[in-house]
Design a protein around this ligand. Structure first.
Ligand SMILES: *Cc1c(COP(=O)(O)O)cnc(C)c1O
Length: 356
């Protein structure tokens, strides 16, 4: 059996061209070739982040930086905005790191209400907020502008934003929004193999980190900043993935960032329309849906596992049967990365065929 093509929301399908770029002969990371590679990535990353800050390269999955950001920046009390599997887990992680952590919790499938965040922060004492822009487990795209505005109205409150499944699918504007840490793993919307996370830190974020003596080493933001100043990383990075990232950023530049976003909007709408034709309801509310993936409610009596299995066996496409506590109750289809209207149409034709 050939390996199925991934239409699950991460990791997603990696193109042959990306893999070819990753086959670049190995280079040492303390030398001019590496510095040139590192420097070449900055403009493209800064564009998709919407920042003039350096974008750091962490050889880890996204969780490394999600935990690292707390260890660098949180002082005592963290507010976690929870609306699905990943954002709920961030609350656990904050507790495991020894912080007092509380949640603004909404039902899975709903978006975070900025006013609820305002009310909770007004109770006082919170120094750090964690927020997931696109909650990949539910397909909800949270209100980035609304949430950042509320959090920034509380002085000395640091905002950490996970854009793992939204980066490059919608405009981000880290600097304009006043986001202190913005992070993403590369195996989702950037369609690279897993193993690398990218993140940027505001000046206020760096100041907060400086005043904290328990940053550890591997994710120490000051180490990242010191090395970034000479186009380098604190420890040996996943150099092959960086060559892949260089290729993807080149592809984004060729396509145009705005065109890329338009492509994601179109391919995402194709899947929503496919679902509507078959009577599948969307899990996320209208106006708050991710452009990178679609999460459907499984209708009563629908044989979801049979559908997924037949799609795989007959057409070699893999979609996802729900994540965390909504496994089986929902299913998810990704249109992240390199997928085009043509490739999404192939998936749609295959799904139609299986549904008969
Ligand atoms: C996948 C995902 C993560 C976790 O990423 P890892 O690379 O597995 O650490 C975190 N947040 C969101 C929104 C995700 O989609």
């Amino acid at each position: 059996m050939p390996t199925p093509k991934l239409f699950a929301p991460g990791p997603v399908d990696v193109s042959k061209e990306t893999f070819a770029a990753m086959c670049h002969p190995m280079i040492g990371h303390r030398g001019s070739d590496f510095e040139a590679l590192y420097a070449s990535l900055q403009p493209g990353l800064q564009e998709i982040f919407g920042t003039s800050r350096p974008v750091f390269l962490s050889t880890s999955s996204a969780w490394g930086v999600m935990e690292g950001a707390l260890r660098n920046l949180a002082r005592k009390k963290v507010l976690c905005l929870c609306c699905g599997a990943f954002s709920d887990k961030w609350l656990d992680v904050a507790k495991k790191c020894g912080f007092e952590a509380e949640a603004v919790q909404v039902e899975w499938g709903q978006a975070i209400d900025p006013e609820a965040v305002r009310a909770k922060l007004a109770e006082g004492g919170f120094d750090t907020v964690t927020f997931i822009h696109s909650e990949t487990s539910t397909g909800v795209l949270n209100d980035l502008a609304g949430i950042t505005k509320v959090v920034k109205s509380f002085p000395d409150t640091i905002l950490i934003v996970d854009t793992v499944s939204s980066l490059s699918t919608v405009p981000m504007n880290m600097d304009t929004h006043g986001i202190d840490v913005m992070l993403a793993g590369v195996q989702k919307a950037l369609a690279l193999p897993p193993g690398l996370a990218v993140f940027a830190v505001s000046e206020a974020g760096m100041e907060r980190a400086k005043s904290n003596s328990s940053r550890g080493y591997y994710f120490d933001f000051l180490e990242f900043a010191k090395n970034a100043a000479v186009n380098n990383t604190p420890s040996t990075p996943a150099i092959s993935i960086l060559f892949g990232l260089q290729h993807i950023l080149g592809e984004i530049a060729k396509e145009g960032f705005a065109q890329r976003q338009e492509r994601h909007a179109k391919t995402n709408a194709m899947i929503a329309a496919w679902g509507a034709r078959h009577g599948f309801e969307l899990f996320a509310p209208e106006g708050r849906r991710s452009f990178a993936l679609t999460c459907f409610k499984t209708p009563d009596g629908f044989d979801l596992s049979g559908f997924i299995k037949n799609l795989k066996n007959k057409h070699n496409f893999l979609i996802n049967g729900g994540y965390g506590k909504i496994k089986g109750l929902t299913f998810r289809i990704s249109n992240m990365g390199n997928e085009t209207e043509a490739s999404m149409q192939e998936l749609i034709d295959a799904m139609d065929d299986v549904l008969g």
